[in-house]
Design a protein around this ligand. Structure first.
Ligand code: HEM
Length: 305
């Protein structure tokens, strides 16, 4: 058994033109692995840097960081799905199931925000955070661009303003999230939006170009055109579309109401958007796979909750 193993190790290294003996000798000195180094616990716990002395700001930071990590799991699956042209529908269904569980975790845990912070504390510490906003989470946008064509992220209002021969880069000026980024006093882009675009726009354009023919919507359309799209995959993808574009936005919007719209008085958000209108899925009409939904379902988008 051990001889066979040594032979396999020798083969592995000789294939790369390297000497297996050197690596085996190295093993004699290598330290055993432990949990805290592998998981980087100390690094992880050094990343929370509240800007105020309000104790609940820690909850706010940690929950955002948890969200970013979960989003990275979704991206991890999307990276594989969009780069493998040969991926079977079975594997796609398996991966859609994973993404559904990750998104479900975000939806089911949002009460940590909605019910889990002191109202007065939140409304004090958030003042120290402007003009930063969750709006500036680039992972949300990377994910959208891997799920679907940029045209599906431009709603009817944007499309009516967009020139017919709009370049892909210029389409970002009409994308749904521009609606949150106008400073309503000056009519110019808000600092929240312009900072975000300065930091990430090159990466967004690069990704949108790369995803033109490779995003998930394109893959599904291709299968549909060849009459090969399975019912199971349709169900899985519709579930994800609804989770990410209706269910999560609704729990998020409800939370904004809890903290920013108490006693019927609306408070401006740190990003400065007209958030009651903007955050509602019926207004955004962000739909990753419109061709999978019936006309009636599209008509009722976001009305079911
Ligand atoms: C008390 C908790 C929260 C409140 C009150 C809140 C409020 C808001 C508001 C009002 C906006 C609109 C943009 C603006 O004017 O700032 C927004 C956008 C956004 N927030 Fe939150 N948020 C909360 C928690 C979170 C968390 C935990 C995340 C996770 C990363 C998040 C991610 C986002 C994203 C991605 C957007 C952009 C949404 C879009 O463009 O459709 N938010 N949030």
């Amino acid at each position: 058994m051990i001889d066979k193993l040594i032979e396999q190790i020798q083969n592995k290294y000789s294939e790369k033109g390297q000497d297996a003996e050197v690596f085996l000798k190295g093993l004699l000195h290598s330290k055993p692995i432990n949990y805290w180094d592998y998981i980087e616990t100390d690094t992880l716990l050094s990343l929370q840097k509240p800007k105020t002395n309000f104790s609940d700001e820690y909850i706010f930071i940690v929950y955002h960081q948890i969200t970013e990590l979960v989003l990275s799991l979704i991206r991890h699956e999307l990276n594989q799905m969009t780069s493998d042209d040969e991926m079977s529908q079975e594997t796609m269904i398996e991966k859609a199931g994973r993404m559904e569980r990750y998104t479900g975790l975000l939806i089911n845990s949002f009460s940590i925000m909605n019910q889990g912070m002191d109202y007065e504390q939140y409304n004090q510490f958030r003042l120290s955070l402007a003009p930063a906003s969750g709006f500036q989470s680039a992972q949300f946008r990377f994910i959208e661009l891997m799920f679907t064509d940029i045209d599906n992220l431009i709603n009817e209002r944007g499309k009516s303003r967009m020139p017919a021969d709009c370049t892909l880069e210029n389409k970002f000026n009409y994308i749904y999230w521009q609606d949150a980024g106008i400073d309503h006093q000056t009519g110019k882009k808000s600092v929240t939006l312009s900072d975000f675009e300065n930091r990430y726009m090159d990466e967004f354009v690069l990704l949108a170009n790369k995803m033109k023919k490779k995003n998930l919507n394109q893959k599904l359309k291709d299968l549909k055109d060849r009459n090969a799209l399975s019912d199971e995959l349709i169900v899985a993808m519709k579930k994800l579309d609804h989770q990410l574009n209706v269910a999560w936005p609704i729990v998020h919007l409800e939370t904004a109401h809890t903290y920013l719209n108490k006693k019927g008085e609306t408070t401006a958000a740190t990003g400065g958007s007209h958030w009651i209108k903007y955050l509602h899925p019926q207004y955004q009409r962000r739909i990753f796979f419109p061709h999978l939904w019936s006309e009636k379902e599209l008509e009722n988008w976001g009305k079911d909750l």
